[in-house]
Design a protein around this ligand. Structure first.
Ligand SMILES: NC(=O)C1=CN([C@@H]2O[C@H](COP(=O)(O)OP(=O)(O)OC[C@H]3O[C@@H](n4cnc5c(N)ncnc54)[C@H](OP(=O)(O)O)[C@@H]3O)[C@@H](O)[C@H]2O)C=CC1
Ligand SMILES: Nc1nc(O)c(N)c(N[C@@H]2O[C@H](COP(=O)(O)O)[C@@H](O)[C@H]2O)n1
Length: 286
């Protein structure tokens, strides 16, 4: 009698090879993307233990727009590349957007588009910690990130804020309202009028964040691309989805103040087609 074939590793759906190559240099480490009995799943790590691995990722049109006129949120990614993005979310400890995106898109930043696990599967997908760059605490207590957390369907959002230099009653009141709604406020230093990215990364690493997926929006992408220098590189992997559409001049771009001398030098790592979209993975040149 033939011996029945062993079931393929619990029939767990597997992430796209582009992500495995770009973030793990090949195969899937055991337990990847899964939340197993409270253990932290494997994630991309950074050689410098003082900051998390940073993956900068976004979807753009052929004319390099990430949003529509007056910031209108655009569904640029097709179904297949959106699923890829949600796989990427399962692979990171935390996911970050700027307050511009949080107010404009009211995102959920969860992993709902990953293929469902088979019935009876012992684990769940890992859900990344949502983090918002919001120096002045303008996040709304009724946003989806906070209501999902209150409803038990999302993780507790962390807000990266900068305390005002002078006593500011309003900032304190906003902090109180956000904390009552469930947010954790993390204070970091200000740099050039905004959250200092190195200070923010250091604070996140101290709180146990090993990998951070930065999703945008325009100003945040620009800051990360421009902040990296040979001396202090802040981005380890860039993953860009390019959708076959033109948005036009009135759309939101991210390259406004980037010059070739200030932006990090990136080299091609992988390209793959997802449905009608093309996804590029890049890494900084050594
Ligand atoms: N296609 C895609 O993949 C994505 C598209 N988008 C689109 O992007 C647009 C929103 O972009 P945008 O308005 O620029 O908003 P952002 O999400 O980039 O947020 C910008 C704000 O973040 C805060 N911030 C704090 N520290 C920094 C820092 N170091 N660098 C940059 N920003 C910092 C600032 O506010 P403060 O000073 O108050 O802290 C700043 O105004 C929307 O149209 C949205 O739909 C967004 C994400 C992904
Ligand atoms: N990958 C990708 N493709 C697009 O076309 C997009 N517009 C975005 N936007 C990012 O995703 C956030 C929305 O997330 P949820 O669907 O609410 O979980 C949005 O705020 C952008 O960060 N991304």
């Amino acid at each position: 009698m033939d011996t029945p074939a062993a079931p393929a590793a619990l029939d767990t759906p597997q992430p796209p090879p582009l992500l495995l190559d770009a973030l793990f240099g090949g195969g899937a480490p055991p337990g990847l993307a899964l939340h197993t009995d409270g253990q932290a799943p494997p994630t991309p790590t950074h050689a410098d233990a003082a900051r998390p691995h940073v993956t900068l990722t976004f979807a753009q049109s052929l004319d390099a727009k990430i949003g529509g006129a007056r910031g209108k949120q655009l569904a640029l990614s097709g179904r297949e590349s959106l699923v890829m993005t949600h796989w990427m979310r399962t692979m990171h400890d935390a996911i970050m957007v700027g307050i511009g995106t949080a107010l404009n898109d009211d995102p959920q930043l969860n992993t709902r588009h990953v293929p469902p696990l088979p019935e009876g599967h012992p684990h769940k997908y890992h859900l990344p910690r949502p983090v918002i760059l919001d120096a002045d605490l303008n996040l709304l207590p009724e946003c989806k990130l906070l209501t999902n957390y209150a409803a038990g369907t999302g993780r507790r959002p962390w807000i990266i804020a900068v305390p005002p230099t002078r006593n500011c009653v309003d900032w304190g009141l906003r902090r109180h309202d956000l904390e009552v709604a469930g947010a954790k406020v993390i204070e970091v230093e200000r740099e050039n009028g905004r959250v200092s990215l190195p200070s923010m990364l250091k604070a996140l690493r101290k709180l146990g964040v090993r990998s951070l997926m930065v999703e945008g929006g325009a100003r945040v992408i620009q800051s990360f691309l421009a902040a990296s220098t040979e001396k202090a590189r802040l981005v380890d992997t860039v993953i860009v989805t390019v959708a076959p559409v033109f948005v036009g001049d009135e759309g939101v771009g991210y390259g406004a103040n980037l010059s070739s001398s200030s932006v990090d030098k990136l080299q091609h790592a992988q390209t793959a087609v997802f449905g009608r979209d093309v996804v590029f993975a890049l890494t900084p040149t050594q």
